[in-house]
Design a protein around this ligand. Structure first.
Ligand code: ZN
Length: 361
């Protein structure tokens, strides 16, 4: 797809390594927790926001004999990087560490997951970068996990799920943003839920289709929360990257937000410029899975409505099934826009990528 492009190589901003199962984390747990797993009969931490056992979960031609894929860096490189000419891929590991109600259990399994990412992925392929997964059950423990790993520059962001316990703009989360900003880490917010609340403001839904479509509503609500609570004013260099959020909703959403901000902005005086300006300055959104119509004219009109060619960052969402396979980039995009989406915008969205590139002789 990207063959023939001159250097630098594309940066894939949303790739998912698949943990083969809880046993893979056992070497990264201490004796007490290894015993807990056995004695309590914990067989798996289920990430029920994603039907990982369903046949449609990964592309059929990518599945190994065990029905899984993306379980090793070699598989990821062969299927998710080489065919796209990808030079750097950012790993966001989605495993159910956000689900336990116990703060201790959340922290222990999150720590093991991050250590597994370092040993089994980052140490085995120099083209890989990753998000620090944090135990959202406790802000203090989340900050401690950021501090533990921040000196490893291969971590370029902090990963949160879009649906948590309370809105992300609320001040109790701010220590996470303070730590991220201080270390030059971006805030990566990915589709998903810790299931403290229904995945819809209406209540619990019946079908996965409903839940997946509703993720876009959650992204809008979180963006509104981050803006109105003043996160972007308080943390003046923090970058926020929305992953697997879709992006076709953005122009209409910003129209609505700006209109009502103009009317009642006296209640949020720290929002001192139009929300669209804040978003275009500080927020980025991943490309795949694209929720736009396939028609080129419609796509180009949408890009026009976004009022910026700096908002989108390249992603394949490998190995998930929703994305457009090898045709990850719409053919109607100009070479200049492709260069921005695949290289310039990711470097802007994840400042640590730039830092690393510049440190390479
Ligand atoms: Zn994703």
């Amino acid at each position: 797809m990207l063959a023939g492009m001159s250097l630098p190589l594309p940066i894939d901003c949303d790739v998912h390594p698949v943990l083969p199962g809880l046993p893979a984390l056992m070497p990264y747990l201490d004796d007490m927790w290894r015993e807990q797993v056995v004695r309590r009969g914990i067989d798996e931490l289920y990430s029920i926001s994603y039907p990982s056992n369903a046949p449609i979960t990964t592309r059929a031609d990518w599945k190994g004999a065990d029905g899984r894929t993306a379980t090793t860096p070699e598989l990821l490189a062969a299927q998710g990087m080489d065919p796209f000419g990808t030079g750097t891929a950012i790993l966001h590991c989605l495993y159910g560490v956000q689900l336990p109600f116990s703060e201790d259990m959340g922290a222990v399994f999150t720590r093991a997951l991050n250590d597994w990412i370092v040993a089994e992925w980052l140490d085995r392929d120099p083209r890989l970068r990753a998000s620090i997964v944090v135990p959202v059950q406790s802000v203090a423990l989340a900050v401690a996990e950021i501090e533990r790993l921040a000196s490893d520059k291969r971590f370029v962001s902090v990963l949160l799920l879009v649906m948590g316990e309370i809105p992300l703009g609320r001040r109790q989360h701010w220590p996470i943003y303070e730590a991220a900003e201080r270390h030059g880490l971006s805030l990566a917010i990915h589709a998903g839920s810790s299931y403290r609340n229904p995945p819809s403001p209406l209540g619990w839904t019946s079908y996965y289709t409903e839940e997946y479509v509703n993720q876009a509503n959650a992204f809008q609500s979180q963006l509104t929360s981050l803006i109105c609570e003043g996160v972007f004013s308080k943390f003046s260099t923090l970058k926020v990257v929305l992953l697997e959020s879709g992006f076709t909703w953005l122009p209409g959403y910003l129209w609505r937000l700006e209109k009502f901000w103009k009317g009642v902005r006296m209640e949020v005086p720290w929002v001192d410029r139009p929300p669209g300006e804040i978003v275009r300055d500080r927020v980025r959104l991943s490309l795949q899975p694209i929720d736009a119509p396939p028609d080129a004219d419609d796509m180009l009109r949408l890009m026009d409505h976004m009022k910026s060619d700096e908002l989108l960052v390249f992603s394949t969402d490998y190995p998930h099934w929703q994305f457009d396979g090898q045709d990850a980039l719409p053919t109607c995009f100009s070479p200049e826009l492709v260069r921005k989406i695949t290289v310039d915008n990711p470097l802007n969205a994840f400042p640590r990528l730039k830092e690393l590139r510049e440190s390479v002789p």
